[in-house]
Design a protein around this ligand. Sequence first.
Ligand SMILES: [Zn+2]
Length: 277
Amino acid sequence: MKIISLQDIRKAFSTQKKCEAYLRKARWPKGVTCPKCGSKYHIWMPEQKRWFCKDCRHQFSLTSGTIFHRTKIELPKWFETIWLMCNSPKGVSAKQVEREIGVSYETAWYMCKRIRTAMKHNVFQNGLCGIVEVDESEIKTTGKGGGSDKNTVLGLFERDGYLRMEVIENFKSLTIERVVAKNFDQVETIFSDGAHWLRFLSKYGKHEFVQHYKHYVNDEVHINHIENVWSLLKRGIVGVYHHINTKYLQAYLDEFSFRYTHRKDKGSMFDKILVFC
Ligand SMILES: [Zn+2]
């Protein structure tokens, strides 16, 4: 099914039943499986709307363990919100969800929070591999008492793969190395600018740096992706959120990373959130 607008989503998933059918297929493409033991021997209990696993006696529903579990919000509202969050390049505020989906602000905020958790999990599930661009930037947020905060953010981008960003305390090598060590898995080549605090990167792979004053891109040695990320990110913060509170910055970065990572395969984003357990 090709979904290109919020209208399409509303049509395709207009009822709880339609959403349930889709969720069931996305979650268990090969048939319903017990989330606890993986067994396919279960019976459906229509009264409780749950399955009973004959192997481990676990009871589970279609939404057990998903972000929809134990919420009273109808699935069509969830599906619309997920679509909105996956398809707005600069992000969506709870205020906007409230307006566009027609739910209370509290409900909108709650859905956004749960969807972000699924996004974060997706972005951080595996270590980074291959060619990685490393760069840091300063992001302004609103701090306590309405004052302006400057945050240092480290960005790691695996070419054709995952983007990750982390708020760090400072530009010191030790601080950056801690984040790098945690996120690198089988990294072969690292591209960064020539900052002295990034020199340690050679310990983690073949390290090449871009000299900015040279105004040209040396073949594949560049950090254009991550520089593009900074500009999109800053425009998003100004355009959508007006101000972003310092304490929500990391959550916002995770959401942004998820969308950027899957930007070339938007259809898959939707399903990734649905089946997250
Ligand atoms: Zn079981």
